[in-house]
Design a protein around this ligand. Structure first.
Ligand code: FAD
Length: 440
């Protein structure tokens, strides 16, 4: 055991991955989580509807084959990825709300990346030959420039400059941008979007596969990580919001409602929306507050609709176009939540003006038009995460993991500079902070 005692503040993906990496190296670790459960923005919640308790994820999460560090970490903590994920090779099927297929793109399985996507683009349905060629040229140009651009601009502007038609933007690039960056295309960073394209469509062709959880999210992420950490001597304290961090001697005092405890190192792994108060007592971190004060946030609404027995959609995942509903998941096909359908609405929009009941009703109507024959839902539950991710704007300042205060580190999705707010970004940042302590 090292002499260091590391405090980790926040039990989301970033804090948990930092803790797992540190206990593996024999560090004494205490993780403080403000809430009553681990997982942060990627967790399963118990909700009551019609007098019955249901376990629902706070949002339908999608992982990608390109999430290397996440998949390696989950393997280390005993997760069998073949059992817990349904792996679907990239296939975008956008349906209009009158049950017609508006756009279909299938990656070609027998070819290596990026040819699997390029061939998919060449043969996609719903846009003209000229449009397909312009999408193909766009991808080839990006490959030539290694997905780099000189100046970051809003993605919509970039795509128009690259001669991507209105239809291509509507059916292909915008749904991908919303799914990956959770930011409206007119506000999203082109540079970060291209990073996602690079990691998804270059390298191994499996990088572009969707990995859809077959179990509750907490069973895949926070529970196995927490067992791993505690089995190696780490301490996890729930319901312990850290109120203050003070420099004390050659370490830090961490204050919670239970009093103060002393640590040699601190990893702050809270969301950027929560950091300001926490670091107010550390003047060397003032620039972090200046950065995060410029952040805006984007919501994700997940609408769960329970249908009567016998309900089955044509595929586990479908996209809808021209509707409030964006992606539709058949949880019966995914994870044995029979007849339960979840619908994602990413980023800001007019849906936020509706009450939750109005939104559920509207979404149910859209589903009814897109998938004729659906009955009336028996119940619905809307989970609105108002600050699901930071708005991934062009040139957003990202604080570094190492701070000007020696032995204080920042982890969290917003600190991983290449990516939008994702599980992979959070996990990479946590592991990176652990390595900064270990490899000092
Ligand atoms: C609905 C939804 C859908 C999403 N879909 C996807 C997806 O499909 N794919 C994907 O990759 N990503 C997705 N994301 C994003 C992903 O969930 C996040 O990027 C990731 O979970 C962030 O992890 P984190 O550890 O950085 O932060 P958080 O998860 O926010 O963790 C921070 C933790 O710190 C705790 N905390 C805060 N203040 C204190 C304090 N003072 N003391 C102690 N603890 C504190 C919080 O309670 C929280 O548990 C989605 C997010 C949401 C909300």
């Amino acid at each position: 055991m090292h002499k260091s005692h590391v405090a980790i503040i926040g039990g989301g993906c970033a804090g948990l991955s930092a803790a797992a990496a540190l206990v593996e190296h024999g560090y004494d670790v205490t993780l403080f989580e403000a809430g009553s459960q681990l997982g942060g923005r990627a967790r399963t919640v118990a909700v009551e509807t019609n007098g019955l308790m249901h376990l629902l994820d706070n949002g339908q999460h999608i992982l990608l084959g390109a999430y290397e560090e996440t998949l390696a970490l989950l393997k280390k903590v005993g997760i069998n990825r073949k059992k817990v994920f349904l792996r679907i090779p990239l296939r975008i099927n956008m349906q209009s709300d009158n049950a017609k297929s508006a756009f279909t793109l299938k990656s070609v399985n027998f070819l290596p990346a990026p040819l699997n996507l390029l061939f998919g683009l060449l043969f996609c349905k719903g846009v003209s030959f000229k449009e397909r060629m312009s999408a193909l040229k766009f991808m080839l140009d990006l490959k030539d420039t290694q997905y780099q651009i000189a100046r970051d601009v809003p993605l919509k502007q970039f795509l128009i400059n690259q001669k991507q038609s209105r239809k291509l933007i509507e059916f292909l690039w915008e749904p991908l941008c919303l799914a990956a960056l959770n930011t409206p295309i007119a506000k999203a960073s082109s540079r970060i979007f291209l990073n996602v394209l690079r990691d998804t469509f270059s390298g191994n062709k499996k990088n572009s596969d969707f990995l859809l959880p077959r179990l509750d999210l907490s069973k895949i992420i926070s529970e196995p990580l927490s067992h791993y950490i505690q089995a190696r001597g780490g301490t996890i304290q729930l319901n312990q919001r850290v109120r203050r961090i003070e420099v004390e001697g050659d370490g830090f005092d961490i204050e919670t409602r239970n009093g103060k405890s002393h640590f040699s190192h601190v990893i702050i792994a809270v969301s950027p929306a929560r950091i300001e108060k926490l670091i107010a007592s550390l003047p060397k971190l003032n620039h972090v507050i200046e950065h995060t004060q410029t952040y805006q946030y984007q919501p994700i609404y997940t609408i769960y609709l329970q249908y009567p027995p016998g309900t089955k959609l044509p595929s586990p995942i479908s996209g809808l176009s021209g509707t409030i509903s964006q992606w539709v998941f058949d949880r019966g096909q995914l994870c044995d939540q029979k007849n339960l359908i979840s619908v994602i609405v990413s980023a800001e929009g007019k849906h936020q003006d509706l009450t939750q009941d109005e939104l559920a009703l509207r979404v149910a109507k859209e589903l009814n038009r897109a998938f004729p024959g659906l009955n009336k839902p028996l119940w619905h539950k809307v989970i609105a995460e108002k600050r699901a991710t930071f708005s991934c704007a062009p040139n957003l300042p990202r604080p570094t993991n190492r701070t000007a205060q020696p032995n204080v580190f920042l982890a969290g999705d917003y600190t991983y500079p290449d990516y939008p707010g994702t599980i992979e970004g959070a996990i990479r940042s946590g592991i990176y902070c652990a390595n900064l302590i270990h490899n000092k």
